[in-house]
Design a binder for this molecule. Structure first.
Ligand code: ATP
Ligand code: MG
Length: 376
């Protein structure tokens, strides 16, 4: 997929801008707070998921009157096909409309997964240093990008989990045995759905893990070793494979039975895929606690490069790369590695320092000041 052009009207601090993009690297440079991230966000909205999750009304320029309309029009073609496709996003008075080749889409998320892209934004550093929820969300996001049923399994799991937790609130005063009998059917539902979610995650995790490890070594010239582990609150250190679904189910059920007493005390489900985590270690030390800024960034970048590789391997389509402020805090070798790597893909990359983006052989560059973009 190649994005050909983009037009913006009344989008955040960008009153009006029109872009013809290069099929390879598109660079946006400028000082802080000029509009680089806003531009990346506009592209991501058209591809199905804004990385900032704004309310539509927040997209109009500050101080606009209520009739101001935000317009984002993006045209793209699938590889080797000349046909141009248009995605048009309009927003007025807080309600938005999105069309794909003039057909109205109920939600932008319907496009997500069909139009494949990988984004890196500074908030992605929290995948490494933030709380476990960030890591689970990331893994679910990647799994769903390839396999669209993953989110519906997760949705069913979370619904059942809420229902079981509601029941746990009501079981005060029951003896453990009677309460456990009442929880049994919820445990069965959670175990079945939980195994589904775990398998959905692990199918892609294996690929991410292998490539993130390789990219991390390349980024630091083999000086450090990254290891990535899925930490299951159910399987713990027991050996298992995702092919052995019945072993996973039995272990899940047993764990829920074993934790019944604690659940009744705490009034929520203490083990399951909603409590799993990913552990990143550099040279055997947990990155969350010990890694430097550059190391944390390098892990997040290695994951994103692995994600792009996986999308290509699974769909034979190169994803679009949207890389917002990816190069800061990195040394020259790491910056060079990234530039060299992304040159093969259509990329949108921002940086405050033009000198950070050296040796791009094929591309186009814009300078942005106060929301105005100029090709340079
Ligand atoms: P940095 O290098 O610091 O990341 P940036 O160029 O990426 O800067 P943006 O995040 O694109 O900056 O923001 C540019 C400006 O747009 C900021 O001053 C921001 O406050 C402003 N802005 C955000 N939303 C709106 C809006 N709805 N209307 C007008 N301006 C907005
Ligand atoms: Mg920015």
């Amino acid at each position: 997929m190649i994005i050909k052009s983009l037009s913006l009207r009344n989008f955040r601090n960008i009153a009006s801008a029109d872009f013809e993009f290069h099929p390879k690297v598109n660079i946006f440079t400028g000082n802080n707070a000029q509009g680089k991230t806003n531009l990346c966000e506009a592209v991501s909205i058209c591809l199905g998921k804004s990385f900032r999750s704004p309310k539509p009304a927040e997209l109009v320029p500050f101080g606009s009157d209520e009739n101001t309309e935000t317009v984002i029009e993006l045209s793209f073609s699938f590889d080797n096909l000349d046909k141009e496709n248009t995605i048009l996003y309009t927003q007025k008075k807080g309600s938005f409309k999105l069309t794909f080749n003039e057909i109205e889409m109920k939600s932008a998320e319907k496009l997500y997964g069909a139009l494949r892209y990988v984004s890196f934004i500074p908030e992605d550093l929290y995948i490494v240093k933030g709380n476990p929820e960030k890591r689970r969300d990331y893994l679910d996001y990647v799994s769903n990008m390839i396999n669209r049923v993953h989110n519906s399994k997760l949705y069913e799991y979370n619904k059942a989990l809420r229902q079981k937790n509601n029941l746990l609130m009501k079981l005060e005063g029951y003896n453990t045995e009677a309460a456990a009998a009442m929880l049994e059917s919820w445990n069965d539902t959670l175990s079945r759905l939980g195994v589904n979610v775990m398998c959905g995650r692990l199918k892609y995790f294996a690929f991410l893990e292998e490539y993130a490890r390789k990219y991390y070594s390349m980024l630091n010239q083999n000086n450090e070793k990254l290891s990535v582990k899925y930490e299951s609150t159910i399987m713990e250190d027991k050996p298992y494979t995702i092919e052995d679904v019945s072993l996973m189910y039995e272990t899940y059920m047993q764990k829920l039975r074993d934790t019944a007493e604690k659940e009744l005390r705490m009034k929520y489900t203490v083990a399951g895929v909603h409590r799993d985590d990913i552990l990143f270690m550099i040279n055997e030390m947990p990155s969350k606690d010990f890694a430097s800024q550059g190391q944390i960034r390098s892990i997040a970048i290695a994951l994103k490069l692995a994600e792009a590789k996986m999308i290509y391997e699974k769909s034979s389509d190169y994803p679009i790369m949207i890389l917002d402020d990816i190069l800061s805090e990195l040394d020259g070798f790491r910056r060079g590695f990234i530039i060299n790597h992304i040159e093969k893909l259509q990329t949108f990359i921002t940086s405050c320092n033009i000198s950070d983006i050296e040796n791009v052989s094929e591309g186009r560059m814009w300078k942005v000041e106060k929301g105005k973009f100029e090709v340079c």
